[in-house]
Design a protein around this ligand. Structure first.
Ligand SMILES: Cc1cc2nc3c(=O)[nH]c(=O)nc-3n(C[C@H](O)[C@H](O)[C@H](O)COP(=O)(O)OP(=O)(O)OC[C@H]3O[C@@H](n4cnc5c(N)ncnc54)[C@H](O)[C@@H]3O)c2cc1C
Ligand code: SF4
Length: 443
C-alpha cells in the first residue's frame, strides 16, 4: 500500500502568499488589454481577470475564472514553468519584476480547496458515456470538462493512486501529493468515476470499452526510462522511481553518499535535488554534451547550481562499476562536440583514450521516458513513435482519441499542455456527441 513520504527538506519551496502580500502583488498588475500573459498561458486563463478579483477580495470569483479555463489550476499554479510562460510574457519584465502570476493563482485556488468550496458544477446528465484511460493531468482535465457538460465519464487507471505524474512524478518541493489528490477529488465530485488498478490491454481490452462506451480517450502518458545499453545497467536507479520513492512509496528512498545522475533534463535536475536535499555528500550530474545543449530549463540549471549540485559535462557513461554487488563508480568516455546532428544539436564523439572513472555509491538514470507502447499494442498510427491524432484528437481508430504526453511528438511536454489537450479534446467530443446522430451505444 502506497503511503506519502514527508521530508521536511522537500517541503514546498514557496510559502502561500499572505493576504497583504497577495493584495500588494495584485495591485501591481497593469491589467493589460489583450494581455501577453494570457497568450503565453497554454490554457489561456483570463489572468488580468482573476488578478483583478483578488485585488477586490473576490477569491471565489477569482478561482472560478481560473477553473473556467483550467480545471487543474492548483497543480498548474505550482508546476508550470512560469518563467517560460505567463510570467515570462509579463510586460513588467522590461522595467521591474514580473507579476507573480503562479503564486497569485495558487492563492486563489488554495482559498477554495482549503474551504472545500465546490466552484465547478456538472450540467444535467446527457446520457452519453465516455471512457478515459489514464488519470494524469490530460485524462483528468478531459474527464472533468466532459462531466461539466453532463456526460458520464469513467476513468480507468492502472496505478494504485490516481493523478499520473502529478501524484507520482513531481518533486514535492514543487507540488505536494495532497494537492494532486485534492484535484482528483474535485473531478470525482463532478460525477467522474475513477477505477484504479485497471490497465487497458491487461485487465480490460479496447473492444470491451468500445462496447460499453461511445468514445474512448487515451491519456496514457509515456513509458519507463529507456535503456542506456551499458554493462551493469541493472545497478542503476530509475530516475522516475527515484522521484516517486521520495513522495509516494511503500518503502522510503535510501539516498547514497556520492550520487551521480545521468541526464540533463528537468527530471535529472529533480533527481539530483532530491539526493542533495535528502543528505548526499556530493551530487554530480553527468552529461555527454555541454550546458548549452541541456534540455533542462535555464532557471532549473541555475537552481541546481545554487543547490550545490555539480556538473560533469562531455562525459558519456560506458559502464557501471560494481564490487560485491555494490556500485562503486561510473566509467565514462571523454567526449568532444562535433558537427550538428539531425536534431540540430552538435554531435558528440569520443576523445581517443579519454576514459575516466567517477566514484559513486548510487547512480540514477534520468534520460527521459519511452514512447507509448500502447500505440503498438492497439496498432495505432504513430508520428515519431507518439500516437498520431487529427485536429480533433482522433486516432487512426474512429471513436478512439488520444491526448497529453502520448501524442506530444513536438514541443515541450508539460502539465499545462496536457490540461489544454484534455480541455480541447472534451470540446471536440462534446461537439460530436451533441451535433451528430448518436451511435446508439449507451446514449
Ligand atoms: C519526473 C518528471 C517531472 C516533471 N515535472 C514537471 C513540472 O515540474 N512541470 C510540468 O509542467 N511538467 C512536468 N513534467 C511533465 C508532466 O508531468 C507531464 O507532461 C504530464 O504529467 C503529462 O500528463 P499526461 O496525463 O499526458 O500523462 P501522465 O501524467 O503520465 O499520466 C498518464 C496516466 O496513465 C496511466 N496509464 C498508462 N497506461 C495505462 C493503461 N494501459 N491503462 C490504464 N492506465 C494507464 C498512468 O499510470 C498514468 O497515471 C514532469 C515529468 C516528469 C517525468
Ligand atoms: S496555468 Fe500555468 S502558464 Fe497558465 S497562468 Fe497559470 S501558472 Fe501561468
Amino acid at each position: 500500500m502506497a503511503s506519502y513520504q514527508i521530508h521536511e527538506a522537500l517541503n514546498e519551496t514557496y510559502d502561500p502568499l499572505t493576504q497583504v502580500a497577495a493584495l500588494r502583488e495584485a495591485h501591481r498588475c497593469l491589467y493589460c488589454y489583450d494581455a501577453p500573459c494570457m497568450h503565453a498561458c497554454p490554457t489561456h486563463i483570463d489572468i488580468p481577470g482573476f488578478i483583478k478579483k483578488i485585488a477586490t477580495n473576490n477569491l471565489l470569483g477569482s478561482a472560478q475564472t481560473i477553473l473556467d479555463a483550467n480545471l487543474l489550476g492548483a497543480t498548474c499554479s505550482r508546476v508550470c514553468p512560469v518563467q517560460e510562460l505567463c510570467e515570462g510574457a509579463c510586460v513588467l519584465n522590461s522595467t521591474d519584476e514580473p507579476i507573480a502570476i503562479g503564486r497569485l493563482q495558487r492563492y486563489a485556488m488554495d482559498h477554495v480547496y482549503d474551504r472545500g468550496v465546490e466552484v465547478v458544477k456538472a450540467a444535467p446528465s446527457t446520457g452519453h458515456r465516455i471512457a478515459v484511460i489514464g488519470s494524469g493531468p490530460a485524462g483528468l482535465s478531459c474527464a472533468g470538462e466532459l462531466a461539466r457538460r453532463g456526460h458520464a465519464v469513467t476513468v480507468f487507471e492502472k496505478r494504485e493512486l490516481p493523478g499520473g505524474l502529478s501524484t507520482y512524478g513531481i518533486i514535492s518541493l514543487r507540488e505536494p501529493v495532497e494537492v494532486a489528490l485534492a484535484e482528483v477529488k474535485m473531478i470525482e465530485k463532478l460525477g467522474v468515476r475513477i477505477q484504479t488498478g485497471v490497465e487497458l490491454g491487461v485487465d480490460i481490452q479496447l473492444a470491451e470499452l468500445q462496447q460499453q462506451f461511445e468514445m474512448v480517450v487515451l491519456s496514457v502518458g509515456l513509458g519507463q526510462t529507456p535503456l542506456l545499453g551499458i554493462p551493469g545497467e541493472e545497478h542503476l536507479f530509475d530516475g522516475l522511481e527515484y522521484v516517486e520513492r521520495s513522495r509516494v512509496a511503500s518503502e522510503p528512498l535510501a539516498v547514497g553518499k556520492h550520487v551521480l545522475v545521468i541526464g540533463a533534463g528537468n527530471t535529472a535536475i529533480d533527481c539530483a535535488t532530491i539526493a542533495q536535499r535528502l543528505g548526499a555528500d556530493r551530487v554530480t550530474i553527468v552529461y555527454r554534451r555541454t550546458s548549452r545543449e541541456m534540455t533542462a530549463y535555464p532557471h532549473e540549471y541555475e537552481f541546481a547550481k545554487n543547490e550545490g549540485i555539480e556538473f560533469r559535462f562531455l562525459a558519456r557513461p560506458i559502464e557501471t562499476v560494481v564490487k560485491d554487488s555494490q556500485v562503486t563508480g561510473l566509467l565514462c568516455s571523454q567526449m568532444k562536440l562535433g558537427a550538428p546532428d539531425a536534431s540540430g544539436r552538435p554531435s558528440v564523439e569520443p576523445v581517443p583514450g579519454g576514459e575516466f572513472l567517477i566514484p559513486a555509491d548510487q547512480i540514477v538514470k534520468a534520460i527521459g521516458q519511452q514512447k507509448p507502447s500502447l500505440a503498438r499494442t492497439l496498432n495505432l498510427e504513430t508520428s515519431g513513435g507518439y500516437i498520431a491524432v487529427d485536429e480533433t484528437f482522433q486516432t487512426s481508430i474512429p471513436g478512439v482519441f488520444a491526448i497529453g504526453d502520448c501524442i506530444r511528438s513536438r514541443g515541450e511536454a508539460s502539465t499545462v499542455m496536457a490540461v489544454q489537450d484534455g480541455k480541447m479534446a472534451a470540446h471536440a467530443l462534446h461537439a460530436r456527441l451533441t451535433t451528430s446522430v448518436s451511435s446508439g451505444k449507451g446514449a
